[in-house]
Design a protein around this ligand. Structure first.
Ligand code: ADP
Length: 288
């Protein structure tokens, strides 16, 4: 295995049983190599198989066929013990959609301590991890507060801190901003970026929002259980027509540049995030 490969998926397939006893294929022979430290967005319309992939990576589901390796260990190996599963879940943390379902304690810092306590970590180290994790997600001032009084975005940041306190290598965000207001979404996206860029955490972000996917380093587009595209955001969002054909779009700023092009105003360079787009437009204006 490539030494900097962190997650390797080989020929993975899974189907669900229908009420009539038949089976529906959900992921169809997919292979994917995710490098350590990568920030990968998995993009796809509803029902394309994104959550199923996340659940396979977290060992909530088992595939029909194919293999998954995490940090060199085959997690689809039937001889995995409960201890192995526990160890792997520590390495790869999952943040789900609904923050209310992820918080267990009545005080924020107790909630963040819950994971490390279950790992049997000694109290001084737990204290340090809780403080560090709350600081990373910008929630230190709410340490003694009640999760129930927080906004959705703040709750989600506490949920992230709880995973962070277990010192994972990788975090999977399964539509983790879908229930948040725009401010909450922005905070979570900034937090995810910090985790990846400043703390070296490998990020897999499952989303159907184009502007969120645009912030990753690499995008994998899933369509009907197959990998339709795999590449850098700038590359992916050039394939406007193909994205449309599978029920997706491009970020608004890419659409804007496209429309300007149709009016004869040519903008060059990457423009898949608002700041890149502003730079590209400013550059084009200077040349006029
Ligand atoms: P996404 O996350 O991209 O919306 P999912 O992985 O949730 O997609 O679902 C992919 C397909 O699998 C959908 O057609 C969905 O209806 C089906 N599916 C998901 N979970 C189950 C299940 N527990 N039983 C039967 N079908 C399921």
């Amino acid at each position: 295995m490539n030494s900097d490969s962190y997650i390797k998926i080989e020929n993975l397939s899974i189907s669900y049983e229908e009420d009539d006893g038949g089976r529906t294929s959900v992921l169809k022979n997919i292979s994917l190599d995710i490098k350590r430290g990568e920030y990968l967005a998995v993009l796809g319309h509803n029902g394309s198989g994104k959550s199923t992939l996340a659940k396979l990576l977290n060992m909530i589901l088992e595939p029909d066929s194919g293999k998954i390796y995490i940090d060199g260990r085959e997690i689809t190996d039937p001889s995995m013990t409960e201890e192995d599963v526990f160890d792997l879940r520590k390495k790869v943390g999952m943040v789900f959609q609904n923050p209310d379902n992820q918080l267990v304690a009545t005080i924020v810092e107790d909630d963040v301590a819950f994971g490390p306590e279950n790992l049997g970590i000694e109290p001084n180290e737990i204290r340090k991890r809780v403080d560090d994790a709350l600081s990373v997600v910008g929630m230190s001032e709410h340490a003694k507060g009640e999760p129930a009084r927080l906004s959705g975005g703040q709750k989600q940041r506490v949920a992230i801190a709880g995973i962070l306190a277990m010192k994972p290598d990788c975090m999977i965000f399964d539509e983790s901003t879908a229930m948040l207001d725009p401010l909450g979404r922005r905070d979570i996206m900034n937090t995810i970026e910090t985790l990846n860029r400043e703390h070296g955490i490998t990020v897999i972000m499952i989303t159907h929002y184009m502007d969120e996917a645009a912030r990753a380093n690499r995008i994998v587009v899933l369509d009907d259980g197959e990998i339709l595209m795999d590449g850098a955001p700038a590359e992916i969002f050039q394939r406007h027509e193909e994205l449309k054909a599978c029920g997706l779009d491009v970020p608004q700023c890419v659409g804007l540049v496209h429309m300007l092009g149709e009016q004869g105003i040519k903008i060059e360079g990457e423009c898949h995030t608002p700041s890149l787009c502003a730079d590209a437009i400013a550059e084009a204006l200077k040349k006029r």
